[in-house]
Unconditional design. Structure first.
Length: 254
């Protein structure tokens, strides 16, 4: 029985769903060979490269091919924007998210990701405007409120950040990172006891949340509890934390 293009696509998705990403890549490549003008085949293989194999150059190429065949697909531009974001090519990411928005101005995730890219470019007002638009389009997203809270923290507008932190926690009270976000807002306001409580709550939910240990250590330092601080900083080293995360939060304390 002859294997069709649709059969190959279904087979690739089956391997993708099963977590066998290398085989999925091979099968989607075979599908592309059968139909080299299929935007969907390039898109599916690009997803594998982006999310699972972390081959950003190949992902960028596949999404660009998908766009060539379907230039009015908002999601293809969004996915290529995600590739550029992961490659730290933030200006290119902004361009792609903007194209998604031009095609579909009602997609909250497009504004959210453009806001994140603008944050990396230190364009804080643009970032706030975009994520605020995301929230207007979807006021029930804890992720969007938490994302905006961090921009306010970066801008040292800690009181505004607290509002967003509280909204995120109200929507998803079991997410450790939201308590950590509020902890950093309180730390910026020098409300050390409140910050300490939030970092501890975050660690009750996620015992390995390194940024919460770091924040709680800073609280202990400020409160003169040096032994406690050293214990938490030792835990940070044990778990590991990216230097850029440390640099990000240290700016809050300057």
């Amino acid at each position: 029985m002859e294997v069709t293009f649709d059969d190959k696509m279904a087979e690739g998705k089956k391997f993708d769903d099963a977590g066998d990403y290398n085989t999925a890549e091979v099968v989607f490549t075979e599908a592309i060979e059968m139909n080299p003008n299929s935007d969907e085949a390039y898109f599916q293989r690009g997803r594998i490269y982006l999310f699972d194999l972390r081959n950003y150059e190949k992902a960028e190429s596949d999404f660009s091919q998908a766009i060539q065949f379907a230039p009015d697909n908002d999601w293809y531009y969004k996915m290529r924007g995600d590739v550029h974001y992961n490659m730290k090519q933030y200006a290119k990411a902004v361009d792609d998210y903007s194209k998604s928005i031009q095609i579909n101005p009602n997609g909250p995730e497009f504004y959210f990701m453009r806001g994140n890219a603008s944050l990396e470019l230190k364009e804080y007002d643009a970032a706030i405007n975009d994520i605020t638009r995301s929230i207007r389009l979807n006021p029930f997203s804890d992720v969007y409120y938490n994302g905006r809270s961090w921009i306010y923290i970066k801008m040292k507008q800690f009181q505004r950040s607290l509002f967003d932190c509280n909204k995120a926690i109200d929507l998803e009270p079991e997410e450790a990172s939201y308590y950590a976000s509020r902890g950093w807002a309180y730390l910026g306001l020098k409300k050390y006891s409140a910050a300490l409580s939030d970092f501890t709550k975050a660690l009750e939910i996620d015992y390995n949340h390194a940024l919460s240990y770091y924040g709680r250590g800073k609280c202990y330092q400020a409160l003169g509890k040096i032994a406690n601080a050293e214990t938490d900083f030792a835990k940070v080293k044990e778990i590991g934390i990216r230097p850029e995360e440390i640099a990000f939060v240290e700016e809050i304390l300057d």
